[in-house]
Design a protein around this ligand. Structure first.
Ligand SMILES: NC(=O)c1ccc[n+]([C@@H]2O[C@H](COP(=O)([O-])OP(=O)(O)OC[C@H]3O[C@@H](n4cnc5c(N)ncnc54)[C@H](O)[C@@H]3O)[C@@H](O)[C@H]2O)c1
Length: 324
């Protein structure tokens, strides 16, 4: 089977492509390389089962749109993933996360693609009233990033109803692991590399969120996708993908400092934003109810939030130390 992965050169996308190739899929990767973590042709080789098309999905080329004709399913993972950017430059998220999604849907519809898997996010819930947060919780995003993900979900569901596209919406918690180049662990390692004695932490450090290791996230994604394969045309599935536990930001800072062998770092909390969050649009608490995907697929996370953070910090720090 041939599938297409948008954002396949990015963090989650590249791990997903690894797994799809190892399972015998032919994969078309579409990416504009704006925040990529691998160079597809040198990483996988661009002959045989992997094809790479450099394309900006905000204004896709004819070659890019034509690539949808040859595939049965599309994994739409291309986006700008930085929630923080939303507040300062909302148009970045409108274009890369919404216009791009619309272009992916149009290309999918015109090419009679069977179904789409969409990388959504826990941010669609906003400040959740129920924690752990189940899938039927109202969508009340407080960031433009979350709003664009929620809009993408609604548009994808509408395409499912109108054009009988199967859809799988995956609301990921914080996904971490090797190759990650954004988010709190990446940020802390960079800051501590520049100044090993003081770490500025955005917020009061008491933000508490759930983290999932990339291998667990890819496994959950593939299990849910396998269910989609035998669904009826026009079917819609929505799953939270996260961990069963959560961790404080101050504890993430401690783990990262320990991994870097820094015993006496001063943690300096930047509490400029009311409520102790890190930036406008940040939520203080995030823990997803994952019972739906566990019940439907028997998937379970293998690593807890603490283990994910430690494994990721070690992997990122090792690469950073090698390249310095
Ligand atoms: N990492 C997480 O914790 C997390 C959590 C929830 C949801 N998500 C979502 O999962 C997806 C992947 O996230 P990630 O962490 O791998 O991010 P990433 O930045 O590593 O990967 C995104 C990829 O999309 C590409 N891209 C961006 N805009 C594009 C455009 N206009 N046209 C073509 N390609 C474009 C980038 O070059 C990059 O390779 C995103 O949709 C993100 O919103 C990520």
């Amino acid at each position: 089977m041939r599938v297409l992965v948008t954002g396949g050169a990015g963090f989650i996308g590249s791990h997903l492509v690894d797994r799809l190739l190892s399972e015998g899929y032919s994969v078309v990767v579409i990416d504009n390389l704006s925040s990529s973590v691998v160079d597809p042709c040198s990483f996988w080789g661009c002959s045989g089962t992997l094809k790479f098309i450099k394309c900006d999905l905000v204004s896709p080329s004819i070659e890019c749109v034509s690539a949808f004709r040859d595939v049965s399913f599309v994994f739409h993972f291309a986006a700008n993933p930085e929630v923080r950017v939303s507040y300062t430059d909302p148009m970045i998220h409108f274009e890369n996360n919404m216009v791009a999604t619309m272009n992916v849907l149009e290309a999918s519809r015109k090419s009679m693609v069977e179904g789409i898997v969409f990388a959504s996010s826990s941010t669609v819930y906003g400040v959740a009233e129920r924690i752990p947060t189940p899938e039927d919780h109202p969508l009340e995003p407080i960031s433009v990033y979350g709003a664009m993900k929620a809009s993408g979900e609604i548009t994808i569901k509408t395409y499912s109803r109108l054009y009988k596209l199967k859809s799988l919406i995956l609301r990921y918690a914080n996904i971490v692991g090797p190759r990650l180049r954004h988010g709190v662990i990446w940020d802390f390692i960079n800051k501590l590399t520049n100044n090993p004695s003081v770490l500025e932490i955005l917020g009061d450090g008491l933000q508490r969120k759930s983290y999932l290791y990339i291998d667990d996230a890819v496994e959950a994604t593939l299990r849910a996708y396998n269910l989609l394969l035998s669904d009826e045309p026009g079917s819609i599935r929505v799953y939270n993908i996260g961990n069963t536990d959560w961790i404080y930001v101050k504890d993430i800072a401690r783990i990262v400092a320990d991994v870097m062998g820094l015993g006496s770092v001063e943690f300096k909390y930047i509490t400029a934003i009311p409520g102790g969050v890190g930036w406008p649009g940040d939520v203080k608490y995030m823990l997803l109810d994952i019972s739906r995907i566990v019940n439907d697929t028997e998937w379970r996370p293998r690593y807890n939030s603490y283990e994910c953070i430690e494994k990721t910090a070690k992997a990122i720090y090792r690469v950073a130390a090698q390249s310095s």
